[in-house]
Design a protein around this ligand. Structure first.
Ligand SMILES: [Zn+2]
Length: 501
């Protein structure tokens, strides 16, 4: 994997482990970092995924390093979460299970937990957990409510826990917003956010709903906002199950359009949008407001010539070995094998597929994005392999904050902006297929190039062994188990992907 860090803070991964997979010879700015899983001690998440048929409860963590979603389990009449899983994307973490004792080390901070006890010692300090500590399959579980006392000790800084809605904010990462009617009497409602947002937009008669699953959007001063307009009467904010939702109540059909690099969302009557569309200016959800020049992503126009529906990128190659998985196994070789397997699975489902790197070639990240964009591929899949963690991580882009460009074209680092909702729904579909095959999986947003530079739907799939046997990475059965799940998910979302501009 290679990571690009756009955000300040956080802790870089330790170099001596070499698990970040960044060869020292390769020096591309900015500084590479990893947000991936550490620790050979990571316990299988499969128990979590398989336990119980109750609807899964989600817990989302927002930080400058990564935004990620975890599953909760219900124990002792309350929500529990794996502590290692919460800390993993943030720094170097390992755990040790020894009888009733369970110890966790995060960077240089030690935590000492005991099964059945509702107190723990973290950095030598007594810490109240508010419920009994549990260990399942060597996985240490703590009540969600305990995170607000546990995490500051490990992280050395404040966290804000929204326990009822399953959201945790590490540091000052919250995105705030205001909403007001446009002053030109045009029945437009303008939302201004302090950071870029990419909600999923859904409409039903009288309502437009924006769902923020990865953005740290927080409530305005009042959770219900009323406006002096007959057309757009009010908006309300709510959050639950790891997401925030803003619902706009209107008496006429409305649509949402995005501008100002995702910081402004304008809700306007859809008839005006239809007129704008006839003028050739896109005005659907996820595209810029009519007053703005179309973004690079939309310049292709409706008649796109698409040679390949899917572009598969075997990450690394040539001088860039990726992670040295073992003395005889390099990531760049595993990714080529995975890419070939995925192509076969996709083509057997009738999906035209190009493998970007089918030999040991040097190919820059920019070149990879340019090839995929030029092809107008409906879906780009980067493949990575890793020795750390278990199972599969599915990534979508985490767009940089503070990028302030207003030129006629969207900036290279924000090319993914318009397609991010589709990328995320594809990532979710892939994760669901992997879960069906009982492969531990999780989805993350991360500053992983070149995902940011892709104009169409784009995901990265990082494959780690299920257990501790690295040889599984080269086993055709295991590769196919994963690539068939990815291909099935892409085939299932084929129409949605193909309809995107
Ligand atoms: Zn890699």
């Amino acid at each position: 994997m290679r990571w690009t860090n756009y955000a300040r803070g956080g802790s870089a991964r330790n170099a001596e482990q070499g698990s970040a997979g960044v060869p020292p010879a390769v020096a591309r700015a900015p500084r590479p970092r990893s947000v991936g899983l550490t620790a050979s001690t990571l316990i299988l998440l499969s128990t979590l995924i398989l336990s119980g048929a109750a609807p899964e409860k989600h817990f989302t963590v927002y930080s400058v390093a990564a935004n990620y979603s975890l599953s909760l389990v219900q124990r002792e009449g309350r929500d529990y979460v794996g502590l290692l899983e919460v800390l993993e994307p943030l720094g170097k973490v390992r755990s040790k299970s020894d009888g009733a004792r369970w110890r966790l080390r995060y960077n240089n901070v030690e935590g000492d937990f005991e099964v059945g006890k509702s107190r723990a010692r973290i950095q030598g300090l007594d810490t109240e957990l508010g419920g009994r500590f549990l260990v399942e399959n060597k996985r240490g579980l703590v009540p969600v409510s305990a995170l607000s006392s546990i995490l500051p000790r490990f992280l050395g800084g404040p966290v804000t826990l929204h326990e009822d809605s399953g959201r945790l904010f590490i540091g000052s990462v919250a995105t705030h917003f205001t909403a007001s009617l446009a002053t030109d009497n045009s029945s437009r409602l303008v939302f201004n956010f302090t950071g870029p947002v990419n909600p999923t937009v859904a409409t039903e008669p009288g309502k437009l709903r924006m769902t923020f699953s990865r953005e740290p959007v927080v409530a305005p001063a009042s959770s219900t906002l009323t406006f002096g307009s007959k057309a757009i009467q009010s908006a309300s904010y709510s959050e639950s199950n790891g997401t925030a939702v803003v619902t706009v109540n209107s008496t006429i059909p409305v649509i949402a359009s995005f501008s100002n690099d995702g910081r402004t969302v304008t809700i306007s009557p859809s008839s005006a949008a239809a007129a704008a569309a006839q003028n050739g200016t896109p005005a659907a959800a996820g595209t810029p407001a009519p007053s703005e020049p179309p973004a690079a992503a939309n310049n292709a126009g409706p008649q796109v010539f698409r040679r390949y529906f899917a572009v598969i990128d075997a990450s690394h190659g040539g001088e860039d070995h990726g992670e040295t998985l073992s003395a005889s196994l390099l990531e760049k070789d595993v990714t080529v094998a995975l890419a070939r397997s995925l192509r076969q699975e996709l083509e057997s489902r009738g999906i035209t597929t190009l493998v970007l790197r089918d030999s040991d070639a040097n190919l820059s990240l920019d070149q990879r994005a340019i090839f995929a964009n030029a092809d107008h591929a409906a879906i780009y899949v980067a493949l990575h392999a890793a020795s750390n963690g278990h199972g599969v991580r599915v990534y979508t882009a985490l767009l940089p904050f503070g990028d302030d460009d207003r030129g006629p074209f969207r900036s290279w680092t924000l090319a993914q902006h318009g397609s991010l909702p589709l990328s995320r729904s594809t990532a979710s579909a892939v994760a669901a297929e992997l879960q069906k095959r009982q492969i531990p999986v999780r989805t993350l947003g991360a500053s992983l190039r070149p995902l940011n530079n892709l104009t169409g739907a784009a995901i990265a799939v990082e494959v780690a062994p299920q257990g501790s046997e690295l040889s599984q990475l080269t086993a055709p059965d295991y590769q196919q188990l994963i690539t068939s799940a990815v291909a099935t998910a892409i085939a299932a979302t084929h129409d949605q992907l193909g309809a995107a501009p």
